[in-house]
Ligand binder design. Structure first.
Ligand code: PSV
Ligand code: MN
Length: 405
């Protein structure tokens, strides 16, 4: 627990440094993090899916869990859905159930990787009938968007090859453009489509959309409403993600994030657990972008989504922890002394510039977050509040063997 005296001292120290605590609090209150329906379900690695007790048995129960995360954190009013994992007979009913729970449906994600026909790819498959099947699934998802009131279509393709010579790469490139163009044409007015990339897995030799540059290339061809989605787990080791973020932001092409953390591959670990400094540096670029009139519009429209499958963690606590980690990184990024940083940069004062960022990163923002939550009528510690609530006991009634892969 953070005491009232600690909160007051924190506010005074930061106001004295010239930081508008009011502005920082307002930005934190307006932050929206979308949680993924699949993050509440059973999942695992290619070795094993461990089944947990209390896992949602259907998309409606996934929404209930998401509503619980929103109730305790106050910043997660949206839930992304994945089709067919979240297939229901009546999408209008799913939408109204979400609304009753105080939620909205966020991004709709077609699943182009689990049908047996997609073993050699979906929209880039060598056989025309499979490509057509993949496109019609995407178009089905566009129709679902209209029913659930979603304005984001989130596209990730598992397409690629495992062996040199397995397929004709340029031909596949053209198929990709054809599919994306058809999808773009079908998008509801005001909706965006976000194109995710991944450098390997499940394909090991080449991936049809391997990096941000390839996604960006298609987005440029498609038009304004196509933007790049950055999933933090989808880069080779050592990639400078803040740099990618800055470039896409400056080009107005940064559309969304899939937050998670990785150690070796697409590990789907809780965001901010392996490299909190990287997460902070990403948030720093985003906040800097919000403060720049040239990039503010793009920065304000970014969809912040979590994309994590929790295989050994308890699902709801893992989600709450992830949300808190993102909030913490944003809070620290909001404390960067931007004028002083700019001055140090212009003067070429390398040590000072680096120290200014570090100072913000090393600031304990728990009193600030406690204050923000207090003003939002939320528990100071959302995870502790969850663990003490009746909800973890209530979901045990669902038993074992809920929805999963
Ligand atoms: C693929 O690794 C991915 O990041 C895509 O976003 C999928 O839709 C998601 O994970 C769920 O498997
Ligand atoms: Mn993803």
């Amino acid at each position: 627990m953070v005491s009232q005296a600690e909160i007051e001292l924190w506010v005074k120290v930061h106001e004295d440094k010239g930081i508008s605590v009011e502005t920082v609090k307002n930005r934190l209150k307006n932050l929206v993090i979308e949680t993924p329906s699949w993050g509440y379900a059973d999942c695992g690695t290619r070795f094993k899916v461990y089944k947990q007790v209390g896992v949602p048995r259907n998309p409606y129960e996934k929404l209930e869990d998401a509503a619980e995360v929103h109730r305790l954190t106050g910043i997660c009013p949206k839930v992304a859905i994945h089709i067919p994992w979240d297939q229901v007979d009546d999408y209008l009913h799913l939408k109204s159930y979400a609304n009753e729970l105080g939620l909205e449906i966020g991004a709709v994600n077609p699943n182009l990787f689990q049908d047996d026909d997609f073993a050699l790819g979906s929209v880039c498959h060598p056989r025309e009938e499979v490509r057509k099947k993949a496109i019609s699934h995407i178009l089905e998802c566009v129709e679902i968007m209209k029913l659930v009131g979603s304005d984001v279509l989130s596209l990730w393709f598992a397409d690629g090859t495992n062996y040199p010579g397995q397929d004709h790469i340029r031909k596949r490139k053209r198929y990709m453009l054809e599919a994306l163009s058809q999808t773009y044409e079908a998008l509801p007015e005001n909706a965006r489509m976000l194109i995710e990339y991944k450098f390997f897995e499940p394909a090991f030799y080449h991936t049809d959309l391997a990096d941000w540059g390839m996604s960006y290339h298609y987005c440029l061809k498609l038009g304004e409403r196509a933007q790049v989605l950055v999933d933090l787990g989808h880069h080779p080791q050592g990639t400078n993600i803040p740099h990618i973020v800055a470039l896409l932001l400056d080009e107005g092409k940064l559309g969304g994030f899939h937050f998670n953390n990785r150690k070796y591959a697409d590990d789907d670990l809780m965001v901010g657990t392996i490299d909190p400094y990287e997460l902070f540096l990403i948030c720093n670029e985003l906040i800097d972008g919000e403060n720049d009139p040239a990039t503010a519009e793009c920065a304000r429209n970014i969809s912040y989504m979590i994309d994590q499958c929790h295989s050994i963690e308890s699902k709801i606590p893992a989600m709450i922890k992830s949300v808190v980690n993102i909030q913490t990184a944003f809070a620290k990024a909001l404390l960067v002394q931007r004028d002083a940083l700019r001055k140090a940069q212009e003067e070429g004062d390398v040590i000072r510039a680096e120290s200014i960022l570090k100072d913000a990163f090393e600031t304990d923002v728990r009193p600030l977050l406690a204050l923000v939550r207090e003003e939002m009528g939320l528990p100071q510690d959302p995870l502790a509040a969850y663990l003490q609530s009746e909800y973890p006991k209530k979901i045990l009634e669902r038993g074992i063997g809920g929805q999963g892969w």
